[in-house]
Design a protein around this ligand. Structure first.
Ligand code: PBG
Length: 329
């Protein structure tokens, strides 16, 4: 019999050999954990659409913050769920708003890097990521509000602000506002290549930010987020290029798993850290299949490794908690 000279199985013969040749490993330095802080609750409460994820009141944050810090995670990404919403999202730039207070508390009790989401959708009565006028979401009017939110988060002590609204020019505008107020050292992680995705459903439930509501016939975010039929090399790369040019320190692709080609292309083309957001729908799919016994928990590691293999430097994932709890990273 004519055996092949090259036998790939030699590399897989035992665990030690496999360990020696496996090069992509998840690491505690790779992940950023998203946390929801909510006004008007007394105790942490599980989010219906995202099992094992919680809404936290300010006075209920300490335990999750220590869990992250004691397990050597590097940082968290904060989302606020306010009690009051209006047409222009005023509660988003309130100095005593939910995110501003959460940042102060986390900074008081830990050394975690604090990133804050900068967007209007949780704070507007219509659930859109910007101010509405008769033509839809008004880009340039929205920028003024994003500036105020970013400055108030920086004032509270955020290390990085993360604009996610997909308004044109938002990075330049926020960079200018931060610099003007003396926050040159506050960084920007731009949600640059953000798709109008169907994988955000559980998050919208958690953050109470589904678009629609009163006085709007816009029931989705298609006029500002990218179409998922867009080619990787076109709009996503241009969005990233523009954001980096405008001063973004970290760029982001979102969602992650359905867009691994976009992550890879971004990593190959640009000399900047690339973050990938493993979003709520990606979490919920695996979580429910695991809970139903259809899939092994190992799918968590396998899917996060695929995001790393594609080139992500930072993975934003709700699974961070599972990973550290079970000592898997
Ligand atoms: C707000 C925002 C969204 C997510 C992060 N920031 C929702 C949206 O754009 O509708 C989604 C995150 C997730 O699904 O985990 N603009």
């Amino acid at each position: 019999m004519n055996f092949p000279k090259k036998r790939m199985r030699r590399l897989r013969k035992n665990k030690n050999l496999r360990n020696l040749v496996q090069k992509i490993r998840l690491n505690k330095n790779d992940v950023l954990y998203p946390i929801f802080v909510k006004e008007g609750i007394e105790e942490k409460k599980e989010i219906r659409s995202m099992k094992n994820q919680y809404h936290y009141p300010i006075n209920g944050l300490d335990s999750i913050v220590s869990l992250c810090e004691d397990n050597d995670l590097q940082g968290v990404l904060l989302f606020g769920v306010p009690s009051n919403k209006d047409q222009k999202g005023s509660s988003a730039f309130d100095d005593n708003g939910i995110v501003q207070r959460a940042v102060r508390r986390i900074k008081e009790i830990s050394n975690l890097a604090v990133f804050t989401d900068i967007c209007l959708c949780q704070y507007t009565s219509h659930g859109h990521c910007g101010i509405l006028d008769q033509n839809g979401v008004n880009n340039d009017k929205t920028l003024e509000i994003l500036n105020k939110i970013a400055v108030s988060h920086a004032e509270a002590g955020a290390d990085f602000v993360a604009p996610s609204g997909m308004m044109d020019g938002q990075v330049k505008s926020i960079r200018g506002a931060l610099d003007e107020k003396g926050y040159q050292n506050t960084g920007i992680m731009a949600y640059s290549a953000k798709f109008s995705s169907n994988f955000y459903g559980p998050f919208r439930d958690a953050a109470e930010c589904s678009p629609g509501g009163e006085k709007t016939n816009l029931s989705n975010r298609d006029t500002y987020q990218m179409d998922f039929k867009t080619e990787a090399s076109q709009q996503p790369m241009e969005e990233i290029r523009l954001d980096l040019e405008q001063g973004a320190d970290i760029t982001m692709v979102k969602p992650a798993l359905p867009y691994l080609d976009v992550i890879k292309e971004a990593k190959d083309r640009f000399n900047a850290p690339v973050a990938a957001y493993n979003v709520s729908g990606e979490y919920a799919m695996l979580k429910s299949a695991i809970n139903e016994g259809l899939l092994s928990e190992k799918v968590i590691e396998e899917s996060l490794i695929s995001i790393k293999r594609a080139g992500a430097d930072i993975i934003i994932t709700y699974f961070a908690k599972e990973l550290i709890k079970d000592g898997r990273i």
